[in-house]
Write a protein that binds this ligand. Structure first.
Ligand code: GLU
Length: 295
């Protein structure tokens, strides 16, 4: 039972400006944190320097502000936290939970050639007992537990994931020096004291790997809630990669209502406060009342 004070977060990757899909996640996690009297943190996940661009960080923060989504405390930026990730990888290494791997992408693909299209690639464990003689390390991998990880999602229910079959030992640090998402997301959520993670359903299948890492650090696992993602017209997840448009900041209430209806609610038309037009804060207050009643 988690008795700590509620701490939620929104952790966008600055690969583009905020779009409807990311606004839905931001809104859901903000409403849940505020309705539980908790804090809401924002963290910029720019560890993948190939995909992230510095100019999008201020645009994302401005877009959150334009929609009234105020955060607590400082915004953590992952590109400034390499030493913290190195320290945590070292901890896992001292506990014997990681090992160097020499396998190329092609070798792993070849070992997965029998899998159907769209099925996850599973690391075959080639280097688990040591790299073949004469080979150089290309990545550091985490030794997955051999038992299934079971977790409860607020919306998706009970999920069981046998990591040895769904991913195999996964990468924590790539050969080119890049940190892998699973390590940095867990280290940052753990160190910032996040108790509840509300994020898009596209990340649900990463959760068991992250829970395995929490356990490896002897840390308390947060509660998870994966929200439905907004799909583009072609059925793909709406994302910066699929060309999602930046939000028009001159119509924040329209944007909020769009993602709110996607979350399954009726549009909100807050009353104007005196003579002025309703603001995002008025809209959010009205949404908080509905959210509290509906949970
Ligand atoms: N940075 C990830 C993204 O923008 C979200 C990570 C998370 O919420 O755990 O998709």
């Amino acid at each position: 039972m988690n008795t700590q004070k509620y701490k939620g977060r929104f952790a966008p990757s600055p690969t583009g400006p905020l779009h409807l899909g990311s606004l839905a996640t931001a809104l859901g996690s903000w409403l849940e944190a505020r309705s539980r009297g908790g804090e809401w943190l924002v963290r910029i996940e720019n560890i993948d320097e190939e995909r992230c661009k510095p100019e999008f960080t201020p645009l994302i923060l401005q877009a959150l502000q334009a929609h009234g989504l105020a955060w607590d405390g400082e915004v953590w930026v992952q590109s400034q936290r390499h030493a913290v990730y190195a320290h945590h990888l070292q901890q896992l290494s001292e506990a014997g939970l990681v090992y160097p791997c020499a396998c190329t992408r092609k070798e792993i693909d070849d070992a997965n050639a029998h899998r159907a299209f769209g099925e996850n690639r599973v690391y075959p464990g080639t280097c688990v007992e040591g790299m073949p003689a004469g080979r150089q390390a290309r990545a550091i991998r985490f030794r997955c537990p051999s038992h299934a990880i079971e977790w409860h999602d607020h919306r998706l229910g009970l999920i069981q994931d046998h990591l040895q079959q769904s991913s195999g030992d996964f990468v924590l640090k790539r050969g080119d020096g890049f940190w892998a998402y699973h390590l940095v997301v867990v280290v940052d959520d753990m160190l910032s004291g996040v108790t509840h993670i509300v994020r898009g359903e596209d990340l649900a299948d990463t959760t068991a790997r992250q829970i395995a890492l929490y356990r490896a650090f002897n840390a308390q696992t947060p509660q998870y809630w994966h929200l439905p993602v907004i799909l583009a017209e072609d059925g793909q997840k709406l994302s910066k990669q699929t060309g999602a448009k930046a939000l028009d900041l001159s119509h924040p209430l329209d944007n909020l209502n769009k993602v709110w209806t996607h979350l399954g609610y009726e549009p909100i038309c807050p009353l104007a406060n005196g003579t002025s037009r309703p603001t995002p804060a008025d809209w959010l207050n009205a949404a908080l009342r509905v959210w509290r009643r509906s949970r």
